[in-house]
Design a protein around this ligand. Structure first.
Ligand code: HEC
Length: 110
C-alpha cells in the first residue's frame, strides 16, 4: 500500500520534472533550481505578496508550474499585455523562469 503510493508520487514528480525540462529545452538539463527561484522571487514578492489590499495584483503562489512558466514566457513574448510584467519577464532566461515556476508552485502564500 505504502510502497504503491510512494511509487505513484515518484512517477508524478518525474512527470513534472519532464515537463519542466521540456519547457526549458535548450538550456540546462535536469530539475529546475528551486534555490535560484527563491533568490529571484525577492523581486516578485514586492508586488505579489499575499494578504495586502493591492487586489489588482494576482496571487502567484501555488500556481501550476507549467502554467506559471507559460504565462511568464507569454509576457516576455508580448503575447500578454502588461507593461510591468513584460519588462520583468524580458530580463528572465528560460532556466530562471523554470526556477521561479518551481519555487512558487511549491511555496504557500505568506
Ligand atoms: C511592479 C509590480 C510587479 C512585480 C515586481 C512583479 N509583478 Fe507579476 N504581475 C504584476 C501585475 C500588476 C500583474 C497582473 C498583470 C495583468 O493584469 O495582466 C502580474 C501578473 C503576474 C503573473 C500572472 C498571474 C495570473 O494569474 O495571471 C505572473 C505569473 C507573475 N506576475 C509573475 C511574476 C514574477 C515571477 C515576478 C518576479 C520575477 C513578478 N511577477 C514581479 C505586478 C508585478
Amino acid at each position: 500500500m505504502l510502497a504503491a503510493m510512494n511509487g505513484r508520487h515518484g512517477a508524478h514528480r518525474w512527470i513534472l520534472a519532464g515537463a519542466a525540462a521540456l519547457l526549458t529545452a535548450g538550456t540546462a538539463s535536469g530539475a529546475p533550481d528551486i534555490e535560484l527561484g527563491r533568490y529571484l522571487s525577492n523581486e516578485c514578492v514586492t508586488c505579489h505578496r499575499g494578504g495586502t489590499a493591492r487586489s489588482t495584483i494576482p496571487n502567484i503562489y501555488g500556481l501550476a508550474e507549467g502554467a506559471f512558466a507559460e504565462v511568464l514566457k507569454a509576457y516576455r513574448d508580448k503575447r500578454l499585455n502588461n507593461a510591468v510584467m513584460q519588462n520583468i519577464a524580458s530580463r528572465l532566461k528560460d532556466e530562471e523562469i523554470a526556477a521561479l515556476a518551481a519555487y512558487f508552485a511549491r511555496t504557500k502564500r505568506p
